[in-house]
Design a protein around this ligand. Structure first.
Ligand SMILES: *Cc1c(COP(=O)(O)O)cnc(C)c1O
Length: 403
């Protein structure tokens, strides 16, 4: 039973075959089509396709001018995230100020962000000194969006830009109350919203990402920097009217997506809502079957969130078990059930420890919760038999290791 199995079928195969036969493999018409259709799907204005979400995040903070101020700059980043969210801040020679998570959703804790920003103003953050905090990069963990109203109030009060790490959040939406319309992730909510199409994300292109923004200038800058800083005309190289005479106007990156990948993305996009619904059905089925096991806590599904269900993370009630999380994972592995942990918080990784000297006590919630986290397999093509096998394996381990 694998942790994840990509849902690739004949639609993806025929889209890719058409590209292979077209004679145009790299960035071209299929990328343009994918950008337009993705922007439409999330209700965003400009979409820039790139070869990873990490690239999208890097281009976003670059376009926002991170690190170009006179003072040393810093960005608020949740400690409960993947490497990419914080490393792009380091790419720009700025400082990621890590923030604890909310105990229920594991999303960034705005109250702790308030504390960290006050500490930063007083120069009290260890290993950081006096910095100018310019932005925040929230992550919609597992596919549950952060409270965008609260986040926006906070970012406005402190004059911060928001770049969303939406690697888990397609398709996802939020509203502040039941009588409001849904606002989908990527529709004008932040400076830039960054999506991932890595192999095990909710839709995939193998490797790929998308930066979505309502700001034309940010979109232009990200596009420019995604291809060696070649002047906009250089994009005309990609059609027959193009010229050989491009101009280098910035030292850019090489982050463009290929038409081969975009073709997979176009097919996946068409099935994205159907795949989300399949994950939601499976998640509900997990919750119904695991709900009575007292050694397990189910993932929350807050009101007013359209859940992408990228992950199904359960938490162990460690005081009811004779084994810890790692031993639990070993037993799942022996039963041939694939699982994962999202995540070891960044402050518990050698680089961030050594560089900034963060102490676990500064992130009490993340430091405590990560020790009980296990993400169970969840993907649209999972059969009910496969899911029953996971549930039975979890139930058997709990029964055998009950305190
Ligand atoms: C997967 C992931 C990324 C990176 O996505 P890539 O497309 O692999 O660069 C960034 N942030 C989070 C939260 C992720 O889960």
């Amino acid at each position: 039973m694998p942790f994840f199995r990509p849902d690739i079928g004949s639609a993806e195969e025929s889209e890719v075959l058409a590209v292979l036969r077209s004679g145009w493999l790299t960035t071209g018409p299929r990328v343009r089509q994918f950008e337009e259709q993705f922007a439409e799907a999330v209700g965003g204005r400009h979409a820039v396709a790139v070869n990873s979400a990490t690239a999208a995040l890097h281009l976003a903070v670059e376009a926002l001018g991170l690190g170009r101020g006179v003072a040393r700059q810093a960005v608020l980043v949740p400690t409960m995230t993947f490497a990419a969210t914080a490393e792009v801040v380091r790419y720009m020679n700025a400082v990621p100020i890590l923030v604890d998570c909310d105990a229920s959703t594991l999303n960034i804790d705005i109250a702790d962000a308030e504390r960290k920003i006050a500490q930063a103003a007083r120069g009290e953050i260890p290993g950081v000194g006096v910095v100018e905090v310019v932005g925040i990069i929230p992550v919609h963990v597992g596919g549950v969006m952060v409270d965008m109203v609260r986040l926006r109030e906070f970012s406005t009060a402190h004059d911060l830009w928001i770049v969303e790490d939406a690697a888990h959040a397609f398709p996802a939406a939020w509203r502040s109350s039941a009588d409001e319309e849904w606002t989908s992730c990527g529709s004008d909510t932040s400076a830039v919203t960054c999506f991932s199409f890595y192999a095990n994300k909710t839709i995939t292109t193998g490797e790929g990402g998308m930066a979505v923004t309502a700001d034309r200038r940010l979109a232009d800058r990200m596009r420019l920097m995604s291809l060696h800083g070649l002047s906009r005309d250089a994009w005309n190289r990609y059609n027959s009217g193009g010229s050989w005479d491009y101009q280098i106007v910035e030292p850019g990156m090489k982050y463009n997506l290929t038409d081969i990948c975009a073709a997979i993305g176009i097919a996946q996009l068409r099935r994205s809502e159907e795949m989300r619904e399949a994950r939601e059905r499976l998640a509900m089925r997990y919750s119904a079957q695991l709900g009575h096991i007292t050694e397990i806590e189910l993932p929350p599904w807050p009101d007013n969130r359209l859940h992408a269900w990228h992950l199904y993370p359960v938490r162990l009630q460690l005081d009811r078990l004779r084994i810890d999380r790692n031993q639990f994972i070993e037993k799942l592995k022996s039963a041939e059930v694939g699982c994962s942990v999202h995540w070891r918080p960044l402050h518990l990784h050698p680089y961030y420890c050594e560089q900034f000297g963060w102490m676990p006590e500064e992130f009490p919630t993340a430091s405590r919760e990560w020790k009980r986290l296990i993400s169970l397999p969840l993907f649209p093509s999972m059969t009910t038999d496969e899911q029953d096998f996971v549930v039975e394996s979890v139930a058997a381990i709990c029964a055998a290791c009950r305190r």
